[in-house]
Design a protein around this ligand. Structure first.
Ligand code: GDP
Ligand code: FE
Ligand code: FE
Ligand code: FE
Length: 191
């Protein structure tokens, strides 16, 4: 697939503001990859570009993917905020077959881009952090996150996870267990 074809496919699946966010994450992921010496910045960029491809799918589509690929039934209790990565990566695998063949690590990074994990690869961390700090983000604390991401990828993962857990607890919404695992694994990296 050419870049134009990939962009066209992405544009057909997400609204304009999310498309712009995806381009921002593509750029931020490429920059983080160069800064921290990830071996293939263009792989990081592509993971960033497609990370939210499945964000606007109806719940029925996540249910289809969970059944089709035999994922844990307990996932069905969660909404698109949690499922667009944890389940959505399978939609990306279906719609962009070259990715599974050439760069399966991209699918792994997209899978964990929202909730993280206790064992994140450098690419997983790059996409997780790029999603949070890309240039279109304006929330309180984003400048501090960007500053931390200048010096340490692990500290940036920690900062983002602490802020996300605080944000979710304040809103009184359920926190996915893997998000807490990420918190426990990285909270000490915030020094
Ligand atoms: P986005 O897709 O670019 O908006 O960013 P993310 O994929 O990182 O997060 C999507 C939404 O899910 C955000 O509003 C997060 O605050 C929220 N979120 C992250 N972790 C959890 C979690 O463990 N539980 C719930 N309920 N929401 C979460
Ligand atoms: Fe997302
Ligand atoms: Fe995120
Ligand atoms: Fe995103």
């Amino acid at each position: 697939m050419t870049r134009e074809e990939i962009l066209q496919q992405l544009r057909s699946q997400v609204k304009a503001s999310r498309y712009k966010h995806c381009l921002g994450v593509e750029k931020a992921a490429r920059e983080l990859a160069v800064r921290f010496g990830y071996e293939n910045p263009e792989v990081a960029a592509l993971a960033g570009l497609l990370h939210d491809y499945a964000k606007e799918q109806p719940q029925a589509e996540y249910l289809r993917l969970i059944d089709m690929y035999g994922l844990d039934e307990a996932l069905k209790d969660w909404g698109n905020n949690v499922l667009h990565g944890l389940v959505g990566w399978l939609k990306i695998k279906e719609d962009f077959p070259f990715i599974a063949q050439e760069h399966p690590e991209i699918l792994q990074a997209i899978k964990t881009h929202t909730v993280g994990s206790s064992t994140m690869s450098m690419l997983d961390k790059i996409v997780y952090v790029a999603d949070y700090i890309e240039e279109n983000r304006t929330f309180e604390g984003v400048d501090e996150a960007r500053k931390i991401a200048q010096r340490s990828l692990d500290a940036a993962v920690a900062f983002e996870t602490v802020r996300t857990v605080e944000f979710l607890a304040k809103k009184r919404v359920p926190i996915y267990p893997q998000t807490i695992e990420t918190y426990n694994a990285y909270v000490n990296a915030l020094t």
